[in-house]
Design a protein around this ligand. Structure first.
Ligand SMILES: [Zn+2]
Length: 475
């Protein structure tokens, strides 16, 4: 292998506008001089659902969640939901608690970057597949300090531990170093995305970057640096619990945390982030396959679409495509050999115009990047590649999420939806960025090229080198 060393820094929940503001104020001097000045900074898009863990898949596997058959941070295993009480608990998958590690074995996709680059070290990652013994550090601390931080808000303690371990690792002979800072996201949930304590977490990461680079420079080769976020975040003013809505309609609903054994359940709600939810109808029917449009309860769908908290809904159309709907509009989406077909049936729910169109995947990203629903066509299509995805998927309007105020501690902010506040993320690199709109999924193949490692087939992302040549459509 003849490539460079690469270090990837994942700032969980970092908003692109906050990074830009802090940079302009001179508050992120190390990001400016070590990354943005030699390379660049842009606003790219994450994946749907825009939530921690699921939205790490692009960085480590180069694929969308739907490609990896992981439709959310929570999902229902339809076949398992008919079993005994233990099987039912297992089937109501939630990577937020004790099942967190199951994400590694539920994944169904190609090798991770850790498998492709055996000399990898990772700090504070929940995705560990392919890491050698001793190479996954602070994973237990993430679980312990992370759950403590969830209740008492001590995220800075965890981030400081990550920062120290990062600086400590600077002189080691790894080739790929993956560093996760959970602090900005954790604090954002408890406070808001612009709170002084959240901004202080960004500055602390920048300070750690400075210490890391100084130590790396003293010990030899300076790595290429990538910095990105897995999702954004926004303030939640309304908690609209979809499970309670369904119960009010007479649909007994299986849900987390304590109703996973709901008797005679006729629906299941699996929330990600908390601003997206996947709904499974008749979860104990033993039916292993998803429902499509003709079989969905139209009255329930119409009721949910009319809720003020719902920005849009999507489901399988029954002919290999996806129907996307708002309360007033409906259209069909279809993947045609990597290009995207959009057919408005009634109104224009994604704001792409009233006429049917077939567009290049990357062109459509460029057209939607600065809009209200960045990359929504591709993101809805990729989610439904997963048979595990719900029969119905809802994305929340800005300011709303889908879990009740009963949640402890209450989430004052959140993410998970298809809206720009959650989907737009900062992407910075110390190498030149291509003149093309970027997704987080493009970073893994780009890093492999720098590392001198062949890019495996089947990835959803496109390396910077090909994007710079104007190659549009994903592999
Ligand atoms: Zn979060």
């Amino acid at each position: 292998m003849a490539g460079r060393k690469v270090c990837f820094v994942l700032v969980d929940g970092a908003r692109a506008d906050v990074v830009r503001d802090l940079l302009e104020r001179g508050d992120l001097p190390n990001l400016a001089c070590h990354v943005v000045e030699p390379g660049g900074l842009t606003v790219g898009t994450s994946v749907f659902p825009s939530t921690t863990g699921v939205a790490y898949l692009p960085f480590l596997y180069g694929v969308y969640p739907g490609t990896a058959n992981i439709p959310g941070i929570r999902w229902l295993d339809r076949a398992g939901a008919t079993g005994d009480w233990r099987a039912q608990w297992r089937a109501a998958r939630s990577y937020c608690g004790v099942q967190a590690g199951w994400l590694n074995r539920d994944l169904e996709t190609g090798p991770s970057i850790f498998e492709l680059v055996p000399e990898s070290v990772a700090l504070c990652t929940p995705l560990t597949r392919g890491l050698r013994a001793g190479a996954g550090r602070l994973t237990a601390a993430r679980a312990l300090l992370g759950s403590l931080a969830h209740y008492v808000g001590t995220y800075q303690v965890l981030d400081d531990a990550v920062g120290d371990a990062w600086v400590h690792a600077a002189a080691e002979p790894w080739r790929f170093l993956f560093v996760v800072f959970p602090g900005p996201d954790g604090l954002t949930h408890l406070l808001d995305p612009f709170h002084p304590r959240v901004l202080a977490a960004y500055r602390a990461i920048d300070a750690a970057l400075g210490r890391f680079m100084a130590r790396a420079a003293r010990s030899g080769e300076v790595p290429a640096i990538f910095v990105a976020a897995d999702h954004g975040g926004s303030v939640m003013r309304e908690h609209s619990d979809i499970a309670l809505e369904l119960e009010a309609l007479g649909w007994r609903t299986l849900r987390h945390p304590v109703h996973v054994w709901r008797r005679k359940a006729r629906a299941a709600t699996m929330v990600s982030g908390n601003a997206s939810v996947q709904i499974y109808f008749e979860p104990r029917s033993g039916r292993a396959t998803a429902l499509a449009e003709p079989d969905l309860p139209a009255d329930v769908v119409a009721h949910l679409l009319a809720l003020p908290a719902v920005r849009l809904a999507a489901w399988r159309d029954g002919t290999g495509g996806v129907t996307v709907a708002t309360s007033a509009a409906r259209a069909r989406l279809r993947d045609v050999n990597g290009r995207v077909r959009y057919e408005p049936a009634n109104g224009d729910p994604l704001g792409l115009g009233p006429e049917a169109l077939t567009a290049d995947d990357r062109d459509l990203l460029g057209r939607t990047l600065s809009g209200e629903l960045p990359d929504a066509p591709r993101q809805l299509l990729q989610l439904f590649r997963s048979q595990r995805a719900g029969d119905l998927v809802l994305a929340a309007r800005n300011g709303s999420d889908f879990r009740g105020p009963w949640e402890i501690p209450e989430h004052k902010s959140g993410h998970g939806s298809l809206i720009a506040e959650h989907m737009a993320v900062p992407i910075a690199a110390s190498v030149p960025l291509p003149e093309a709109p970027l997704r987080t999924v493009d970073l893994m193949p780009t890093m492999l090229e720098l590392l001198g490692v062949p890019v495996p087939p089947g990835l959803d992302g496109v390396p910077f080198s090909r994007l710079a040549q104007g190659v549009g459509v994903g592999a």
